[in-house]
Design a protein around this ligand. Sequence first.
Ligand code: IPE
Ligand code: IPE
Ligand code: MG
Length: 616
Amino acid sequence: MGAPVLRPVGVYGRSGIHDPALRRGYEACRRVARTTGEIEYAVSLLLPPPLRTATWALYGALGTVDGLADTADTADTADTERAGRLEAWISAFDADLRDGRSADPVRQALIHTMLTWNLPPGFMHTLFEQLRQDVHGRRFATWQEWRRYSSLVNTPFVLRTGSLLLRVAGLSAEPEAIAAGVPDAAVQWQTAVDAVYLTDALVDLSDDLARGHVPLPQEALDEAGVRRADLLARRSTPAFEELVRRLADRARGWLDRTPVPSVLHPAVGVALGAYTDLYRLRLEAVADAPAALLRRRPDLPRSARLRVLLPARARAALAWGLFPFPVRPCPPPTPADAPEGRAGEVRRLAAERRAIAPPAPHPSGARPPQLPAEAKPRHVAIVMDGNGRWATARGLPRTDGHRAGAEALIDVVHGALEIGLRYLTVYAFSTENWKRPADELHALMYEIPSLLRRITDDAEPLDVRVRWAGLRSRLPADVIETLAEAERTSRDRSALTLTLCVNYGGRAEITAAAARLAQEAAAGRIDPGSVSEHAFARYLHVPELPDVDLLLRTGGDQRTSNFLPWQSTYAELLFLDTPWPEVDRRDLWNALEQYARRTRRYGSVPRVPAQLLRDG
Ligand code: IPE
Ligand code: IPE
Ligand code: MG
């Protein structure tokens, strides 16, 4: 394509993308978008930097995943391999998206864009579904089938991309809301998407045929008297040429009905206009040489392309100059901010120079089970319940139960270090526990500092980083001070992050986060429409806490009692009858073994690549 309006470095700076690794990811996407989405790339250059980079990430990732699913091999085994590569990419994407970051440059850029603009993951999944179907080729009997497929798998992706453009006009980002608010808009957009889909089916015909797939409805072939076998053998016939010309006409008719909403920013209107004009050019190239489609993709003639793009660039630049891009998106933390990023590495090196005590073995000599790394949870959260009942059953005061409970926690922390757990979060005192009698509150407030001293011991601390999640209000000053001090002194330690939930309530945590976000929005520092889940999580008590993988409750009750509702939405739950004071590290290990046998699906269904399309 012609020279970009801005050089890439300036583009990233003006998009707020400063991290070099992230820039490399966006660059990788830009290159893929340029080669695989010629028209989309050309139009992206008409957009202001933040939207331009977002478009590159979306189309670059699309092109990358498409490339995995696509090779020129027709053998069935190759299909299975392609399906396997695709599944591996998708599950890595899902896992990375849950973390909010990726080590893969393309996925990192895609995830950054999705989180910055609060794009829900669902629309990417409809796209993945389309690619899955493409691996084995999709056969459409009728136009009706073809259109239904397009509306299910193409439209969500296109509308999501389009909704980014609507934000420039200060509109809500929900494409569905816009479709519902403007009569007939949904139908009109669907028609526009169908036009693009049909055009691309013609343009990509030779690639599809090379893989043994005919992307057009059988009904269309039958009506035109075109035989499938002729197509697959790349034999052009007058009937085929006539069919191509008619389909190009049909797509052009659909394009002519593309709505350009009057609410758009004028520059976005220019970009949309250029997009449909370039598609019209593409259709002209198709209709000019139908027989050639059987051999190769038609090129967009350079001079015609520039006739569309040069004036569009001038008009878009003028419009952006008159009405600057107003949106302040809400980017997620960059990988460098993350605890396991570069800062974490520096801390680890510093920690190695200190005398850190190894975990003490269990008195029984028990050793942790060997679990494959991928079967181990990263984050275990425990509701340590049953102290009071344990003590009462022994004729002891409840406060003795809390002392015994602290011993149990110390042993579990050693066991967590032994098995290599990264995050352990424990519920020590809830916002509801203030209802308890004064002597019990006193005992609990005494146990917390003494427990902390044993973990962060000056002489021989464990390699445990302590975090505190909870509210300050009502807590005694010395408890607040010990918690804050433990956080400070242990910040160089890295093997295990132990988060103590003290004066913690899940709803209180979420409400406090919402209040801070509302303040930021009211002050105009963030755009409410781009608050993603990850951006929201930055306002939680311990923002870097990953999702809980395993939530364990001891003491026989099966409820979560306001514990980590945000972080535990997809946690595996495990309830033990054992009261907390009787628990030791072996119960933790046992729980980890049970966890390792579970299958986590996150709303999806297990995919067996080879069967992918034969059944569906
Ligand atoms: C959990 O044990 C510890 C805290 C809530 C602080 P409990 O004190 O709730 O014990 P039970 O449930 O009454 O046996
Ligand atoms: C949850 O236990 C809180 C802690 C373990 C700190 P509770 O004993 O307070 O929970 P409920 O009252 O049985 O739900
Ligand atoms: Mg209890």
